[in-house]
Design a protein. Structure first.
Length: 125
């Protein structure tokens, strides 16, 4: 009788442990249903923004990376965004939620200009 009780307890422990593992699995292995945001890149090189004009869908993230040896900033003319001084290989990102043309410049070198054109008809995925 004692052996049957031990066997039943062992089986119950295994079944209970397996059941808990199945129950916990959906909480730990979640599916990612949203698509990642499309990211766009602007390179700061040779004292210019490349590309100078960038067309993106609404909701896009744009990242500027300084590849010059001089510090540069990214400042919108309408104060929508402003970076700190970016040293070599530093980056700044901004998410464009609303449609429009966003003109920007480098406050250290004001002749450096660029534009991000955001299309409301498209949405970033």
């Amino acid at each position: 009788m004692m052996i049957q009780v031990r066997r039943a307890a062992a089986i119950a422990t295994i079944v209970l442990g397996f059941g808990l593992a199945l129950w916990a699995r959906p909480w730990t292995a979640q599916k990612i249903t949203e698509k990642p945001t499309i990211r766009y890149e602007v390179t700061i090189t040779d004292f210019s923004f490349q590309p100078a004009v960038l067309n993106v869908p609404a909701g896009s993230v744009v990242t500027w990376t300084n590849k010059d040896e001089e510090p540069h900033t990214v400042v919108s003319t309408d104060n929508a965004f402003k970076s700190h001084a970016l040293d070599t290989d530093e980056s700044f990102s901004f998410t464009f939620a609303k449609a429009g043309a966003y003109k920007y410049f480098c406050s250290v070198h004001p002749r450096m200009v660029g534009t991000v054109v955001v299309d409301a008809k498209q949405r970033a995925k």
